[in-house]
Design a protein around this ligand. Structure first.
Ligand code: NAI
Ligand code: MG
Length: 343
């Protein structure tokens, strides 16, 4: 039976890059049945509903979800984003967010020191808790006495399972990143769970870094890192930084998965890129590499390797979009990857 893939291009750049990812999956010979859903800002504006119930049911039942990006200047980000992407992450309990950063060509590094440019690391971001759960409130709103709170939710289960997952992947070293010197309650729980889980994996080297030091070390020498495990907010921020170390937002992929249920949502890290969307300028590589992560998750690692290899070779040949030094349009860049898969 072919795997059933729910496709949600959503808005802006998402609408341009997702078709390229599908094109590459088909060329790679993936036995998938794609079903596209009309979840986007236009339908939200028309109906007032971010995601209709019947669509939700079908997404929840799909083998995997291939996602573009959500966001539109005409709709307030918070409600719409929460109703689509955060809802999928939270309600499908996609608690692992994998964000790899690999330098495919030396020229894509912004770092001056050649000996420290090499990057092939993975950020394992907690994806269902932390500061993104939407708990808190605004008191005396709109007055000079206003008080705003934003709760940082951390559970024993949530912290334990994400650290455990990092150890399932980490071969060389697992680095845990928090801000436990200043955020002592949440940091205290992370520290305790970190030490307990690390003790159960004595063969893997471990290191702890405060998030500010981690940001500094990532820029100083990314080659030192293998797997970094961290909370929702820090993972979000550090993964934009690591994306920029290997070529920018256009090429960064991500996977949102639940290793127990097998559910997964795969999406480029970037948003809808309103500054360049709709002109054939957006880079499809982030979406294509996310599709490769989906294939790997669905149990076909050779196909994932083939897609990644084709992307790497296209990038090295400068058969890519402008943001990474080529001259091709979005769909030509997709074709360049397809051509290498067929060679
Ligand atoms: P963004 O990721 O859309 O853009 C940031 C910068 O990266 C821009 O200069 C853009 O041109 C560039 N960029 C992004 N994707 C690119 C690609 N494929 N190729 C080449 N360059 C690319 O982030 P921004 O501007 O902060 O947000 C725009 C909208 O996207 C907002 O509505 C935001 O809420 C939404 N957003 C959605 C996300 C999602 O669906 N997961 C993630 C981040 C933002
Ligand atoms: Mg982000």
């Amino acid at each position: 039976m072919p795997k059933h893939i729910a496709v949600l291009p959503c808005d802006g750049a998402g609408k341009e890059v997702v078709p390229e990812a599908i094109k590459v999956l088909r060329a790679a010979g993936a036995d998938f049945e794609f079903e596209e859903f009309d979840v986007n800002a236009d339908s939200y504006l028309r109906t007032g509903v971010a995601m209709p119930d019947d669509v939700w049911k079908q997404l929840a039942a799909a083998d995997s979800i291939l996602f573009g990006a959500v966001g539109d200047p005409r709709v307030p980000d918070a409600n719409y984003l929460a109703g689509v992407l955060l809802r999928l992450r939270f309600e499908l309990d996609l608690y692992v967010n994998l964000r790899p950063a690999k330098l495919y060509d030396d020229r894509l590094s912004p770092l001056r020191r050649e000996d420290r440019r090499h990057a092939d690391l993975l950020i394992v971001r907690e994806n269902t808790e932390g500061l993104y759960v939407g708990m808190g409130g605004r008191f005396k709103k709109g007055t000079n006495d206003e008080i705003a709170t934003q709760e940082d939710l951390n559970t024993y289960l949530g912290v334990t399972r994400i650290i455990e997952h990092a150890f399932q992947i980490g071969k060389r070293e697992v680095v845990m990143v928090d801000k436990s010197n200043a955020m002592t309650f949440a940091g205290g729980l992370w520290q305790e769970r970190w030490k307990a889980v690390a003790a159960a994996h004595p063969k893997v080297k471990t290191r702890h870094l405060l998030v500010d030091a981690a940001a500094m070390q990532l820029v100083k020498d990314p080659s030192q890192f293998d797997v970094i495990v961290t909370g929702n907010l820090f993972g979000d921020i550090l993964s934009d930084l690591t994306a920029e170390l290997v070529g920018g937002m256009g090429i960064a992929p991500s996977a949102n998965i639940n290793p127990s249920s097998g559910r997964g949502l795969f999406e480029p890290v970037h948003g809808t890129a309103p500054d360049i969307a709709g002109k054939g300028l957006v880079n499809p590589v982030g979406a294509i590499l996310s599709a490769a992560m989906m294939v790997r998750h669905l149990g076909v690692p050779e196909m994932a390797d083939a897609i990644e290899g084709a992307v790497e070779s296209a990038i090295r040949a400068r058969e890519c979009t402008r943001d990474i030094g080529g001259e091709l349009s979005t769909s030509q860049a997709g074709d360049a990857v397809v051509k290498r898969l067929r060679d």
